[in-house]
Design a protein around this ligand. Structure first.
Ligand SMILES: Cc1cc2nc3c(=O)[nH]c(=O)nc-3n(C[C@H](O)[C@H](O)[C@H](O)COP(=O)(O)O)c2cc1C
Length: 364
């Protein structure tokens, strides 16, 4: 009953706190014989690490990942998974615990301070302890292993909205995502977001965002009906990310606004004699099972709770207090949530891929 583990066949347990010496995860269930390099894993952590632009927290962490177990080192510097638990570790190097002394007894609105105290009666207030999104570095590392399990599947994320400013979907270009500090697929939105976030940052305020994750090449047939739905598990893992307040698959909440005719994903026989879907309103999943179309998920991230303006609260001794959150924070945590969302979708798909292989034996 500790709830630090997710997945059934591809099983990830994360550990660690914001201001402890290190954090990490254990990935169990990874098949043997998968070759990778440390650089393959680090690439994903580099996308999430803080301090990379003025729009994210200035905490300086290299987020260098170490592989402690579960692999056989090779002469060329690569490693091969052995089928045993893979332990991944990332050091915390830039903690400033003194920034948090003032909130040892005060509950910051929007944070998990109050609820952790209610539940556990003891709380690591330094940087939010276990409730800190530092923990998501471990998930991103696990996502790097998940990607090895699902050859031919590409999982990519992009930021599609900051505050009320949405991208123009007609401008969507994946090549642009790596070219700006927001993971924006629409180059025209970049100056708009820059000006807006500069204003928010200077005011010590924060704003929410929407992230979209698309997985292509997902084999049709993975997933399961009713209680093991692929979309259910993707939604659950995305919802488990800090600050996520809503998840949708395919048309999502938009499906409530259209007719059955508009929402139907019609089918035809394509040029190669294979069945094709003419649209993908379902977001790649029907009845909990992948259709073979891109799996599309979006999640809404709330505005960063740590803001410089005083907010009313209480302390653990029952006094009314005003809380202003010092320390280094992201004005929009949605930006750094993009690689985290990708990792969670990759883990969900890897888990279902292995579950399907175990049950039907169809996949290699
Ligand atoms: C990548 C990432 C970075 C985050 N960084 C911060 C931060 O700097 N300041 C903050 O107030 N919240 C931050 N959060 C959100 C908090 O961790 C989260 O809101 C808090 O723990 C309460 O949990 P809940 O919002 O899920 O209810 C971050 C979230 C993510 C995904």
């Amino acid at each position: 009953m500790s709830h630090n583990t997710f997945g059934q066949m591809f099983r990830v347990t994360t550990w660690g706190e914001s201001h402890g010496p290190a954090l990490g995860c254990v990935v169990d269930g990874c098949p043997p014989g998968l070759r990778f390099t440390l650089a393959d894993l680090q690439t994903w952590l580099d996308k999430r690490k803080p301090g990379q632009s003025r729009f994210v927290t200035q905490r300086q962490e290299d987020d260098l990942v170490r592989v402690l177990s579960g692999v056989m080192p090779q002469d060329d510097g690569s490693m091969i998974t052995t089928g045993t638990p893979i332990s991944l570790m990332i050091d915390n190097t830039d903690q400033r615990s003194k920034d948090y002394g003032e909130i040892a007894k005060r509950y910051r609105p929007g944070h998990a301070d109050f609820t952790y105290d209610v539940k556990y009666g003891v709380r690591d207030y330094r940087g939010g302890g276990r409730s800190s999104a530092r923990e998501t570095a471990a998930r991103v590392a696990a996502g790097g292993i998940a990607r090895l399990v699902i050859p031919g599947v590409t999982v990519r994320g992009a930021l599609v909205q900051i505050g009320k400013h949405k991208i123009n979907r007609e401008n969507w270009d994946w090549a642009q995502v790596g070219e700006n500090p927001f993971f924006a697929p629409d180059p025209e939105i970049v100056p708009v977001w820059e000006a807006y976030l500069d204003q928010i940052r200077k005011a010590g305020s924060s704003v929410g965002a929407v992230v979209e994750v698309v997985a292509e090449g997902v084999p049709a047939g993975i997933g399961a009906p009713i209680y093991g739905k692929l979309d259910q598990d993707i939604a659950s893992l995305l919802m488990s990310i800090n600050a996520v307040k809503g998840v949708e698959i395919g048309n999502g909440f938009g499906a409530a606004e259209i007719t059955g005719e508009e929402n139907a994903d019609e089918m035809r026989i394509g040029a190669a004699g294979m069945m094709v879907f003419l649209t993908n309103h379902a977001g790649g999943v029907l009845g909990g099972i992948a259709t073979g179309e891109p799996v599309v998920a979006r999640f809404a991230i709330k505005p960063t709770s740590s803001i410089l303006t005083e907010r009313r609260s209480i302390d653990s001794e029952g006094h009314e207090v005003d809380v202003r959150t010092k320390g280094r924070h992201d004005p929009c945590v949605g930006i750094r949530a993009v690689p985290v969302g990708e990792a969670m979708v990759a883990c969900a798909i890897a888990d279902h891929y292995l579950r399907d292989r175990g049950q039907t034996g169809r996949l290699k």
